[in-house]
Design a protein around this ligand. Structure first.
Ligand SMILES: [Zn+2]
Length: 357
């Protein structure tokens, strides 16, 4: 929003506009804002909420977690990176939007036309794409190419994005552990910077998953059959992202931080054949948030997401932020704990040392 406002005011060359011109300018601004931040561009939690999820997760990390993460500079960097994948979405380039946007959601109902159930989905991203392609041929479904980004009706990749970014964080810890023993100060500094970056990128997608509207076709107002008469407002998504909480003075930072529970190590999957990393657990988590889609619409219907009667709506959304912070803290902690030392790097650095001697 801020960026858009800046661009618009810079683009206004009229020093002393006449009333008619004022009206015309307002009209143009209205149209431009509509085009630039139209209701189709929905982002999940706004930047402040993503930052706060990261704050909660950082507060959950135990004392023995690598201390460099907690310096003021790195803490701020992790909070800042909570908004990073949404910044990629602001680019108009179609190829980037095509790649990045579906990483932010999994619209569970959109699996139905493919006759695919969440439990059947391959944790290999491209195999999942093939599963859909095969279903399209078999069921004569149209390609998701009705919009310029070629992703309309695409169910999305959120659990893949979380799992793959989790595995990249594991990798960063794996080589950091080896550099800390055998690397130069510059190598250690670089590896630490990468851990911070990876923690930040992963955080965004975990945050998105706790916003129930990122798990549903009804992501911005109810679509299709609407027997329960839920809102169809194209402002609903941004209201949940942060509009409502802003309207009632924000979330209760202190109260929520006081309730943080210590991060715990997630159970190791028995086999990595069917799901490497944390794919199945992430899928279960997303399905849990999907189950909250209707309760969220119901709250809205009963007026519990309005500044006049905010208690229930606020409690609901704060619980989602809290949940997100816990899951994120657990994943950061588990990635660090379970990252095996990078064996390839170990032997490379051992050889390098021999050469020097
Ligand atoms: Zn997002």
């Amino acid at each position: 929003m801020g960026k858009t406002g800046e661009q618009l005011s810079v683009a206004s060359p009229l020093p002393r506009p006449q009333p008619f011109l004022v009206i015309l300018r307002r009209f143009i601004v209205f149209i431009l804002v509509g085009l630039l931040i139209g209701p189709a561009d929905v982002h999940a939690w706004d930047y402040l909420r993503h930052r706060f999820v990261n704050q909660l997760a950082l507060a959950s990390l135990p004392k023995n977690f690598p201390a460099f993460v907690r310096t003021a500079t790195n803490t701020e960097r992790i909070l800042f990176l909570g908004g990073e994948p949404d910044r990629w979405r602001n680019q108009r380039d179609r190829a980037l939007r095509h790649l990045n946007s579906p990483d932010h959601y999994l619209d569970i109902e959109d699996l139905e036309p493919y006759q695919l159930k969440p439990a059947q989905l391959s944790h290999f991203r491209y195999e999942y794409v093939e599963q859909m392609a095969a279903a399209r041929v078999r069921l004569k479904l149209p390609l998701p190419n009705e919009n310029a980004d070629r992703i309309k009706g695409h169910p999305g990749f959120l659990p893949w994005a979380i799992n793959e970014n989790y595995l990249k964080l594991v990798s960063a810890f794996s080589y950091l552990k080896v550099f800390e023993e055998m690397g130069t100060p510059q190598e250690i500094a670089n590896a630490r910077a990468n851990v911070v970056y990876r923690m930040g990128i992963l955080s965004h997608f975990i945050g998105d998953a706790s916003q129930p509207l990122h798990t549903t076709r009804h992501f911005n107002g109810w679509v299709g059959d609407n027997p329960k008469d839920y809102t169809v407002s194209r402002r609903f998504h941004s209201w949940i992202d942060g509009g409502f909480l802003e309207a009632i003075g924000g979330h209760d930072e202190k109260t929520l931080l006081a309730k943080v529970r210590p991060a715990k190590r997630l159970a190791t999957p028995e086999s990595t054949d069917d799901a490497s990393g944390r794919f199945q657990a992430v899928m279960q988590y997303i399905l849990g948030q999907h189950a909250l889609v209707e309760p969220l619409y119901q709250l809205n219907k009963e007026g519990d997401l309005s500044p006049d009667k905010p208690a229930k709506g606020k409690a609901f959304l704060q619980a989602q932020l809290q949940k997100s912070g816990s899951v994120l803290g657990d994943m950061w902690f588990t990635a660090w704990q379970e990252a095996p030392p990078d064996k390839y790097l170990q032997s490379y650095l051992a050889k390098r040392k021999l050469k020097k001697e």
